[in-house]
Each structure stands twice: as C-alpha cells, then as structure tokens.
Design a protein around this ligand. Structure first.
Ligand code: TIU
Length: 227
C-alpha cells in the first residue's frame, strides 16, 4: 500500500519518482548559541522534530527513496549574503560573527552542519543554499530533473520560513509536495499550526499534509513493491 492518508486528500507515493528533502536541520537552528537563538528564538521548540524525522529518514533509506539534505549558510567572505539579509533586525549576533559553534551561519563551521542524529550517509546529496528556498542559487532543480523526481516529501525547519519557501518553489515548478507535519518545526506553535493549514487549504493549494505515522507505512509499501 503506497497511499498516504493525507489532507486534503489521499496521496499516493510514486515508486522511483519520490524524494525526501530534509531542510536545514543544522546546529545553527536547533542548538543554543546558533543563528536561530541569535534571532531571539526558543530553539528547544525544534528538537522534537528530530526523533520522528530520524525514523522517517530511516524508512526512506530502506525504501530506496532518494534523501536530499539542505543547509542554509554563506561563504566565509559573505559574498553570497545580501546586505538586506546581513543587516536585518537587531540580532544578538549577525551572520558571520563568532558564536558558540563557530561563525554564525557560515559554511564549513560546526554550527552550520547538520545535527548528528540526522547526519547524511554516503551517497546522499547535501545542497548548500544561501537563501530560504532550496531552489534559489542551487543545483536542486537539475538534480530532481535528472533523477526523474516528481514528488517530494518535505521535512525540516522552520515550517513557516524555509519549509514554506521551498514548498512554494516546488509547487511553481510542478512538483507534488507532501509536508510531513511532525517532521517540520517552528519556533512559534501558532505558526506551526497555521503554516500547515496554509499548505493544505483550498484543496491543497501548495500540497498535502500528513504525519510520519501515515507516511512510514506507505514507504514500507514502496519497499515491498520495489522488492
Ligand atoms: N528564522 C527562521 O525561522 N528560519 C530561518 O532563518 N531559516 C530556515 O527556516 N531554515
């Protein structure tokens, strides 16, 4: 059975055409002392995403579903960070400042990398992105087209920022997206709830929503079909 009990309607996983995208599960967003906390956020809100997402990633790997990780961050010289992003607001630390886990949101720093529990395995693609959306200034579209991917299971943080931006980008490029509700997280409980409602409203204006307990059995079905 490869059908997911999703909202607003059932979603059928297409064998060989589905990828799992794991957005920005980086120490900079999840751990105290990183970029997320510098913006004034309670980073503890995001940690609950890790256990269900680890289980979902494991199920995808078993099913032979392509797993793609993304990381938001910038070159050490900040040449890919627009001034509008660099100077926005009044954070306790700015992008590029020294932080607890290295320079804030800078590629190659410990804080920029993915948390240990969700570390990519050999052969999995890691897309480094300078923006909130995973398509902007990255190779993602080329990768998906050459792999024949038409559907994305969308996970990661934060629901209303990089998950939403990426889901909207995929929608405009013709992909079908299922956002996995307990595998995305927000610093703001209200934004989490409303962010998910916005995806599935109006007959699924941006896509579908289901939790991992509905997606994992369908992934197992995919593995059985493929065997
Ligand atoms: N601040 C916030 O909620 N998110 C980001 O800045 N980036 C991502 O969502 N990855």
């Amino acid at each position: 059975m490869t059908e997911v009990a999703a909202e607003p309607s059932p979603f059928t996983l297409a064998e060989g055409r589905t990828a799992l995208i794991v957005i920005d599960m980086q120490r900079d967003f999840l751990l105290p002392g990183g970029f997320g906390e510098s913006l004034g956020n309670d980073v503890g809100q995001l940690l609950k995403v890790v256990p269900p997402l680890a289980a979902l990633i494991a199920a995808a790997r078993t099913a032979g579903v392509m797993v793609i990780h993304t990381r938001e961050g910038h070159q050490p010289d900040l040449s890919d960070c627009p001034p509008a992003k660099l100077t926005r607001g009044a954070p306790s630390k700015r992008i590029g400042d020294p932080g607890k886990y290295g320079r804030i949101l800078i590629r190659g720093e410990y804080g920029h990398d993915i948390v240990d529990e969700l570390a990519p395995v050999d052969g999995e693609l890691v897309i480094d992105k300078p923006g909130k959306g995973a398509f902007y200034a990255t190779e993602l579209q080329d990768v998906l087209v050459s792999a024949g991917i038409t559907q994305l299971l969308v996970t990661g943080v934060t629901t209303e920022v990089c998950v939403h931006t990426t889901t909207r980008e995929t929608n405009d490029r013709g992909y079908e997206c299922l956002v996995v509700s307990d595998c995305v997280g927000s610093y703001f409980p209200d934004f989490q709830r409303i962010g998910l409602e916005m995806i599935k409203a109006q007959g699924g204006i941006f896509g579908w929503v289901a939790d991992s307990s509905a997606v994992i059995p369908a992934l197992r079905g995919l593995a059985t079909t493929a065997a």
